[in-house]
Design a protein around this ligand. Structure first.
Ligand code: ATP
Ligand code: ZN
Length: 284
Protein backbone atom coordinates (compact mmCIF):
# COMPACT_ATOMS: atom_id res chain seq x y z
CA UNK A 1 0.00 0.00 0.00
CA UNK A 2 1.42 3.34 -1.07
CA UNK A 3 0.19 6.89 -0.89
CA UNK A 4 0.30 8.51 -4.32
CA UNK A 5 1.13 12.19 -4.57
CA UNK A 6 0.92 14.32 -7.72
CA UNK A 7 3.28 17.27 -8.05
CA UNK A 8 4.06 19.63 -10.92
CA UNK A 9 6.49 18.11 -13.37
CA UNK A 10 8.29 21.27 -14.38
CA UNK A 11 7.30 24.77 -13.50
CA UNK A 12 7.11 27.26 -10.71
CA UNK A 13 5.89 24.80 -8.09
CA UNK A 14 8.22 21.91 -8.90
CA UNK A 15 11.28 22.90 -6.95
CA UNK A 16 9.44 23.84 -3.77
CA UNK A 17 7.28 20.71 -3.93
CA UNK A 18 10.35 18.49 -4.23
CA UNK A 19 12.08 20.41 -1.46
CA UNK A 20 9.11 19.99 0.85
CA UNK A 21 9.10 16.21 0.40
CA UNK A 22 12.84 16.10 0.87
CA UNK A 23 12.66 18.12 4.07
CA UNK A 24 10.07 15.62 5.29
CA UNK A 25 12.85 13.06 4.98
CA UNK A 26 11.42 11.39 1.89
CA UNK A 27 14.00 10.32 -0.64
CA UNK A 28 13.40 9.35 -4.23
CA UNK A 29 15.05 9.53 -7.56
CA UNK A 30 13.56 12.27 -9.70
CA UNK A 31 15.39 11.81 -12.95
CA UNK A 32 14.47 14.09 -15.85
CA UNK A 33 11.43 13.11 -17.90
CA UNK A 34 10.22 10.61 -15.37
CA UNK A 35 6.51 10.12 -15.06
CA UNK A 36 6.69 8.69 -11.56
CA UNK A 37 9.10 7.74 -8.82
CA UNK A 38 8.93 5.57 -5.73
CA UNK A 39 10.29 6.78 -2.44
CA UNK A 40 12.96 4.56 -0.89
CA UNK A 41 12.10 5.24 2.70
CA UNK A 42 8.38 6.08 2.87
CA UNK A 43 5.37 4.34 1.30
CA UNK A 44 4.95 7.11 -1.23
CA UNK A 45 4.73 7.18 -5.00
CA UNK A 46 5.31 10.53 -6.71
CA UNK A 47 3.63 11.41 -10.01
CA UNK A 48 5.00 14.27 -12.09
CA UNK A 49 2.19 16.01 -13.94
CA UNK A 50 1.09 19.28 -15.52
CA UNK A 51 -0.37 21.40 -12.77
CA UNK A 52 -3.67 21.80 -14.65
CA UNK A 53 -4.26 18.04 -14.50
CA UNK A 54 -3.61 17.60 -10.79
CA UNK A 55 -7.11 18.47 -9.44
CA UNK A 56 -8.74 15.93 -11.73
CA UNK A 57 -6.22 13.19 -11.01
CA UNK A 58 -6.82 13.68 -7.30
CA UNK A 59 -10.60 13.77 -7.68
CA UNK A 60 -10.51 10.56 -9.72
CA UNK A 61 -8.21 8.87 -7.22
CA UNK A 62 -5.42 8.27 -9.74
CA UNK A 63 -3.42 10.23 -7.18
CA UNK A 64 -4.45 10.33 -3.51
CA UNK A 65 -3.05 13.75 -2.79
CA UNK A 66 -1.47 16.58 -4.77
CA UNK A 67 0.30 19.90 -4.57
CA UNK A 68 -1.26 22.59 -6.72
CA UNK A 69 -1.90 26.35 -6.78
CA UNK A 70 -5.19 27.55 -5.34
CA UNK A 71 -5.70 29.46 -8.60
CA UNK A 72 -5.75 26.16 -10.52
CA UNK A 73 -7.96 24.54 -7.89
CA UNK A 74 -10.58 27.26 -8.12
CA UNK A 75 -10.44 27.38 -11.88
CA UNK A 76 -10.84 23.62 -12.32
CA UNK A 77 -13.45 23.46 -9.56
CA UNK A 78 -12.95 19.74 -8.88
CA UNK A 79 -14.30 17.89 -5.91
CA UNK A 80 -11.15 17.62 -3.78
CA UNK A 81 -10.34 18.57 -0.22
CA UNK A 82 -7.80 21.27 0.63
CA UNK A 83 -5.75 19.84 3.47
CA UNK A 84 -3.25 22.59 4.02
CA UNK A 85 -1.93 25.78 2.45
CA UNK A 86 1.79 25.44 1.94
CA UNK A 87 3.15 28.98 1.96
CA UNK A 88 4.98 28.86 -1.38
CA UNK A 89 3.97 29.60 -4.98
CA UNK A 90 2.47 32.88 -3.88
CA UNK A 91 0.94 34.98 -6.60
CA UNK A 92 -2.18 36.92 -7.38
CA UNK A 93 -4.67 36.73 -10.18
CA UNK A 94 -5.17 40.27 -11.38
CA UNK A 95 -6.80 42.33 -14.06
CA UNK A 96 -4.46 44.62 -15.97
CA UNK A 97 -5.06 47.22 -18.66
CA UNK A 98 -2.77 49.28 -20.92
CA UNK A 99 -0.96 51.74 -18.69
CA UNK A 100 -2.11 54.86 -20.55
CA UNK A 101 -5.79 54.06 -19.97
CA UNK A 102 -7.56 55.74 -17.08
CA UNK A 103 -9.11 53.57 -14.44
CA UNK A 104 -11.20 54.50 -11.42
CA UNK A 105 -13.15 51.42 -10.41
CA UNK A 106 -14.19 47.98 -11.56
CA UNK A 107 -17.05 49.62 -13.43
CA UNK A 108 -14.50 50.76 -16.01
CA UNK A 109 -14.17 47.12 -17.08
CA UNK A 110 -17.68 47.22 -18.52
CA UNK A 111 -17.81 46.19 -22.17
CA UNK A 112 -14.09 45.37 -22.38
CA UNK A 113 -12.70 42.25 -23.99
CA UNK A 114 -10.63 40.55 -21.29
CA UNK A 115 -8.14 37.85 -22.29
CA UNK A 116 -7.46 35.14 -19.69
CA UNK A 117 -6.71 31.50 -19.02
CA UNK A 118 -8.92 31.78 -15.93
CA UNK A 119 -12.38 32.08 -17.46
CA UNK A 120 -14.18 30.43 -14.56
CA UNK A 121 -12.68 32.61 -11.84
CA UNK A 122 -12.99 35.76 -13.95
CA UNK A 123 -16.60 35.16 -14.86
CA UNK A 124 -17.40 34.55 -11.18
CA UNK A 125 -15.74 37.83 -10.29
CA UNK A 126 -17.55 39.81 -13.00
CA UNK A 127 -20.86 38.28 -12.02
CA UNK A 128 -20.33 39.18 -8.37
CA UNK A 129 -19.51 42.77 -9.35
CA UNK A 130 -22.41 42.84 -11.81
CA UNK A 131 -20.16 43.87 -14.67
CA UNK A 132 -20.80 42.76 -18.23
CA UNK A 133 -17.56 42.19 -20.11
CA UNK A 134 -16.44 39.80 -22.79
CA UNK A 135 -14.17 36.97 -21.69
CA UNK A 136 -11.68 35.89 -24.30
CA UNK A 137 -10.23 32.56 -23.22
CA UNK A 138 -6.67 31.86 -24.35
CA UNK A 139 -4.23 29.35 -22.99
CA UNK A 140 -0.89 31.10 -22.96
CA UNK A 141 0.96 34.42 -23.39
CA UNK A 142 -2.06 36.31 -22.16
CA UNK A 143 0.01 39.40 -21.44
CA UNK A 144 0.60 40.13 -25.13
CA UNK A 145 -3.10 40.11 -26.03
CA UNK A 146 -3.73 43.87 -25.63
CA UNK A 147 -0.56 44.74 -27.55
CA UNK A 148 -1.66 42.77 -30.60
CA UNK A 149 -5.22 44.05 -30.46
CA UNK A 150 -6.76 40.80 -29.30
CA UNK A 151 -8.15 42.26 -26.09
CA UNK A 152 -8.57 45.48 -24.10
CA UNK A 153 -7.50 43.98 -20.79
CA UNK A 154 -6.11 40.79 -19.34
CA UNK A 155 -6.69 38.69 -16.24
CA UNK A 156 -3.54 36.78 -15.40
CA UNK A 157 -1.19 35.66 -12.63
CA UNK A 158 1.20 38.25 -11.31
CA UNK A 159 3.99 37.97 -8.81
CA UNK A 160 6.38 40.91 -9.16
CA UNK A 161 4.52 42.74 -11.90
CA UNK A 162 7.57 42.95 -14.16
CA UNK A 163 5.90 40.99 -16.97
CA UNK A 164 3.02 43.43 -16.93
CA UNK A 165 5.41 46.35 -16.98
CA UNK A 166 7.37 45.09 -19.99
CA UNK A 167 4.11 44.64 -21.84
CA UNK A 168 2.94 48.17 -21.14
CA UNK A 169 0.21 47.10 -18.72
CA UNK A 170 -0.81 48.16 -15.22
CA UNK A 171 -2.52 46.08 -12.56
CA UNK A 172 -5.91 47.51 -11.66
CA UNK A 173 -7.73 44.79 -9.70
CA UNK A 174 -6.54 41.81 -7.65
CA UNK A 175 -9.23 39.17 -7.89
CA UNK A 176 -7.52 36.31 -6.05
CA UNK A 177 -4.51 35.82 -3.80
CA UNK A 178 -3.12 32.36 -4.27
CA UNK A 179 -0.50 29.99 -2.92
CA UNK A 180 0.26 26.31 -3.28
CA UNK A 181 -1.94 23.91 -1.34
CA UNK A 182 -1.91 20.25 -0.42
CA UNK A 183 -5.13 18.65 -1.62
CA UNK A 184 -6.53 15.21 -1.08
CA UNK A 185 -9.08 12.85 -2.55
CA UNK A 186 -12.24 12.88 -0.47
CA UNK A 187 -12.52 9.11 -0.09
CA UNK A 188 -9.14 7.99 1.17
CA UNK A 189 -9.27 4.65 2.95
CA UNK A 190 -8.09 4.22 6.51
CA UNK A 191 -4.58 3.16 5.64
CA UNK A 192 -4.03 6.03 3.24
CA UNK A 193 -5.45 8.48 5.74
CA UNK A 194 -2.92 7.23 8.26
CA UNK A 195 -0.10 7.74 5.76
CA UNK A 196 -1.34 11.25 5.03
CA UNK A 197 -1.40 11.99 8.77
CA UNK A 198 2.17 10.80 9.01
CA UNK A 199 3.19 13.13 6.20
CA UNK A 200 1.27 16.03 7.74
CA UNK A 201 2.95 15.44 11.07
CA UNK A 202 6.31 15.91 9.36
CA UNK A 203 5.15 18.97 7.44
CA UNK A 204 3.89 20.58 10.63
CA UNK A 205 7.17 19.90 12.38
CA UNK A 206 8.92 21.75 9.57
CA UNK A 207 6.50 24.61 9.70
CA UNK A 208 6.83 25.15 13.42
CA UNK A 209 10.58 24.96 13.05
CA UNK A 210 10.57 27.65 10.39
CA UNK A 211 8.54 30.07 12.46
CA UNK A 212 10.66 29.58 15.57
CA UNK A 213 14.27 30.28 16.52
CA UNK A 214 16.49 28.77 19.14
CA UNK A 215 18.03 31.42 21.33
CA UNK A 216 21.03 31.20 23.67
CA UNK A 217 22.29 33.99 25.90
CA UNK A 218 24.40 34.71 28.94
CA UNK A 219 22.94 36.46 31.94
CA UNK A 220 24.11 37.47 35.40
CA UNK A 221 22.40 35.24 37.97
CA UNK A 222 20.66 38.15 39.68
CA UNK A 223 18.83 38.92 36.41
CA UNK A 224 17.76 35.34 35.67
CA UNK A 225 14.24 35.68 36.99
CA UNK A 226 13.46 38.75 34.85
CA UNK A 227 15.04 37.19 31.78
CA UNK A 228 13.13 33.92 32.16
CA UNK A 229 9.90 35.90 32.41
CA UNK A 230 10.64 37.57 29.09
CA UNK A 231 11.37 34.25 27.36
CA UNK A 232 8.38 32.04 26.61
CA UNK A 233 10.13 28.75 25.78
CA UNK A 234 8.44 25.46 24.91
CA UNK A 235 8.00 24.59 28.58
CA UNK A 236 10.39 26.87 30.38
CA UNK A 237 13.91 28.02 29.52
CA UNK A 238 16.93 25.82 30.21
CA UNK A 239 19.50 27.35 32.56
CA UNK A 240 23.10 26.12 32.70
CA UNK A 241 25.84 27.56 34.90
CA UNK A 242 28.76 29.23 33.12
CA UNK A 243 32.36 28.58 34.16
CA UNK A 244 32.49 32.20 35.23
CA UNK A 245 30.93 32.52 38.67
CA UNK A 246 27.68 34.39 39.00
CA UNK A 247 26.69 33.87 35.34
CA UNK A 248 24.42 31.45 33.55
CA UNK A 249 23.60 30.45 30.02
CA UNK A 250 19.90 30.52 29.15
CA UNK A 251 18.41 28.53 26.23
CA UNK A 252 14.93 28.87 24.82
CA UNK A 253 12.74 29.02 21.74
CA UNK A 254 11.16 32.21 20.45
CA UNK A 255 8.70 32.87 17.69
CA UNK A 256 9.86 34.70 14.61
CA UNK A 257 7.14 37.36 14.81
CA UNK A 258 7.93 38.44 18.37
CA UNK A 259 11.63 37.94 17.96
CA UNK A 260 12.98 41.51 17.80
CA UNK A 261 10.82 42.73 20.62
CA UNK A 262 12.11 39.96 22.86
CA UNK A 263 15.74 40.57 21.94
CA UNK A 264 15.42 44.25 22.84
CA UNK A 265 13.91 43.44 26.22
CA UNK A 266 16.58 40.84 26.91
CA UNK A 267 19.37 43.28 26.17
CA UNK A 268 17.77 45.96 28.28
CA UNK A 269 17.69 43.47 31.15
CA UNK A 270 21.34 42.52 31.11
CA UNK A 271 21.52 39.63 28.63
CA UNK A 272 24.82 39.31 26.76
CA UNK A 273 26.26 37.20 23.97
CA UNK A 274 22.86 36.48 22.46
CA UNK A 275 22.95 33.76 19.80
CA UNK A 276 20.01 32.94 17.57
CA UNK A 277 20.01 29.73 15.55
CA UNK A 278 17.56 28.22 13.09
CA UNK A 279 15.66 25.10 14.08
CA UNK A 280 15.47 22.27 11.58
CA UNK A 281 12.53 20.30 12.95
CA UNK A 282 10.28 20.97 15.89
CA UNK A 283 7.95 18.43 17.49
CA UNK A 284 5.57 19.91 20.01
P1 ATP B 1 2.33 23.36 -16.51
O1 ATP B 1 3.26 23.03 -17.60
O2 ATP B 1 2.48 22.44 -15.34
O3 ATP B 1 0.90 23.50 -16.96
P2 ATP B 1 2.19 26.23 -16.09
O4 ATP B 1 2.95 26.97 -17.12
O5 ATP B 1 0.70 26.18 -16.16
O6 ATP B 1 2.80 24.78 -15.94
P3 ATP B 1 3.67 27.65 -14.01
O7 ATP B 1 3.93 28.94 -14.71
O8 ATP B 1 4.81 26.76 -13.75
O9 ATP B 1 2.45 26.83 -14.65
O10 ATP B 1 2.98 28.03 -12.63
C1 ATP B 1 2.53 27.05 -11.76
C2 ATP B 1 1.84 27.71 -10.59
O11 ATP B 1 2.77 28.51 -9.89
C3 ATP B 1 0.72 28.68 -10.94
O12 ATP B 1 -0.49 28.01 -11.21
C4 ATP B 1 0.65 29.51 -9.67
O13 ATP B 1 -0.09 28.82 -8.68
C5 ATP B 1 2.09 29.57 -9.23
N1 ATP B 1 2.76 30.89 -9.51
C6 ATP B 1 3.45 31.60 -8.63
N2 ATP B 1 3.92 32.74 -9.14
C7 ATP B 1 3.53 32.80 -10.39
C8 ATP B 1 3.70 33.76 -11.45
N3 ATP B 1 4.38 34.88 -11.27
N4 ATP B 1 3.20 33.46 -12.64
C9 ATP B 1 2.55 32.32 -12.82
N5 ATP B 1 2.33 31.40 -11.84
C10 ATP B 1 2.80 31.62 -10.64
ZN1 ZN C 1 -0.49 24.75 -16.21
Amino acid sequence: MKLKIAIQKSGRLSESSLKLLKECGIEFDNGLNKLKAEAYNFPLEVFFLRDDDIPQYVEDGVADIGIVGENVLLEKNRNVKTVQRLGFGKCRLSIAIPKDKTYKSAKDLKGLRIATSYATILSGYLKKKKIKAEIHEISGSVEIAPGIGLADAICDLVSSGSTLFTNGLKEVEVILKSQAALVSNKNLDKEKKALLEKLLFRMNALRSAKSNKYILLNAPNNKLKTICDILPGMKSPTILPLAEKGWSSVHSVVQEDEFWEIIEKLKANGAQGILVVPIEKMIL
